[in-house]
Design a protein around this ligand. Structure first.
Ligand SMILES: Nc1c(C(=O)O)ncn1[C@@H]1O[C@H](COP(=O)(O)O)[C@@H](O)[C@H]1O
Length: 160
């Protein structure tokens, strides 16, 4: 099985609704995903065991890490794997939305991307896979055309 896979790793099941938005958008782009729960703060060994399952080189993997409050998970995962990591922290208005800053600055040699909209995180993962997958590239092109058509249609309807 060498089909690409998005591993959606959430820090707590409290993040499940946000994580499922990534999974739904991935499915819309024809991409398989799996939902896992593990916390760098609370269960670092469990997170490493999860990563070991996917870092076999047998199939291309992109990780989407979903961690609210203090996001240790994304840096921890990125520091532990060779595959790309996209941090997609859940939204929070508590403390003026300051949680997001914990996703932005990383030590040297640790480089998770940050994409806040879950559907866009799935899209970036799809684009990464598309670098080596012409069929994925076509699905992304179809998605882009569809979204452009919708804008032209909306503009036409408002000005009919
Ligand atoms: N940011 C992290 C990490 C981590 O970075 O390891 N582990 C849990 N969390 C986040 O804390 C919030 C509350 O988690 P709890 O439900 O465990 O209190 C969640 O959004 C989770 O992703």
């Amino acid at each position: 099985m060498n089909q690409p896979l998005i591993v959606i790793l959430m820090g707590s099941r409290a993040d499940e609704a946000h994580a499922r938005k990534v999974a739904d958008a991935a499915a819309g782009l024809g991409l398989a995903s799996v939902l896992r729960v593990g916390s760098a703060h609370k269960t670092p060994e469990h997170v490493l065991a999860i990563l070991k399952e996917y870092e076999t080189g047998q199939r291309p993997v992109v990780y989407v890490t979903i961690a609210g409050r203090s996001n240790a998970l994304s840096g921890f995962v990125d520091g532990s794997v060779s595959s790309p990591v996209i941090a997609c922290p859940p939204p929070s208005e508590t403390f003026g939305g300051a949680d997001v800053f914990s996703s932005l600055r990383m030590p040297s040699g640790v480089a998770p991307a940050v994409v806040l909209e879950p559907a866009n995180a799935a899209l970036l993962a799809a684009k990464i896979f598309a670098l080596a997958d012409p069929a994925m590239r076509e699905r992304i092109a179809a998605f882009k055309s569809q979204q452009a058509r919708k804008i032209l249609q909306d503009d036409g309807e408002l000005n009919a």
